[in-house]
Design a protein around this ligand. Sequence first.
Ligand SMILES: Cc1cc2nc3c(=O)[nH]c(=O)nc-3n(C[C@H](O)[C@H](O)[C@H](O)COP(=O)(O)O)c2cc1C
Length: 222
Amino acid sequence: MSNSQTIEKIEQQMFLDVIRERRSVRAYDPSVQISREEMTEILELATLAPSSSNLQPWRFLVIDTPELKEKLLPIAFNQQQVVEASAVIAVLGDVESYKKAEKIYGQAVEAGFMPVDTAKSFIERTVGMYSSLSPEVACQIVFTDGGLISMQLMLVARSKGYDTVPMGGYDKAKFVEAFGISERFVPVMLIAIGKAAKPGHPTTRLPIEDVAFFNEMPSIEE
Ligand SMILES: Cc1cc2nc3c(=O)[nH]c(=O)nc-3n(C[C@H](O)[C@H](O)[C@H](O)COP(=O)(O)O)c2cc1C
């Protein structure tokens, strides 16, 4: 094996370890802080996730002060990780993300990835389509993209030695009210992030035969 093949193999193994070792952690070391710089780097890497028409509808509200974590605690049904973790990241979806289409496709032109005329027609089509979606469809799109960014964020965090837990257990109406979030941004999930004080419980997965099928779905569901 050549040196570069060996390095590739090691990198692949490290990536698989990140996937295998990620676990929902619910007990955190409250003394650990994540610097703004490192948090920004984690978020920046997470945003390499794919999104519908590359509109990147994710927005992050990073809650990292003790006062705001305390405020969030009852809204998240007193789940202790909210106050013990270094931060709680609220992943939000911008249902008017098409408003950034011009910027996004402009960047692609500037980077030399797209001719200006192609960008213009993309912008026109994207804005036309996304601005006329029903609220339900717009939400569905940001939930899909929001799920992808959340997963990527958790894996990036793990690769940097941090632990996470995704959280759907919170009162969304109370959350948007308490944190002054406009209707334009729908909450996707909360992600607590920090260093584990206790490892997450091991969990199992269904056997692959129960969930994966080739070319045809089985006719009878158990
Ligand atoms: C959308 C979503 C919402 C979740 N909400 C909570 C939650 O509110 N509180 C919690 O402790 N765990 C929550 N979890 C974590 C799951 O319980 C956990 O992912 C699952 O049991 C598998 O364990 P693992 O993440 O350690 O592999 C949530 C997971 C997902 C994907």
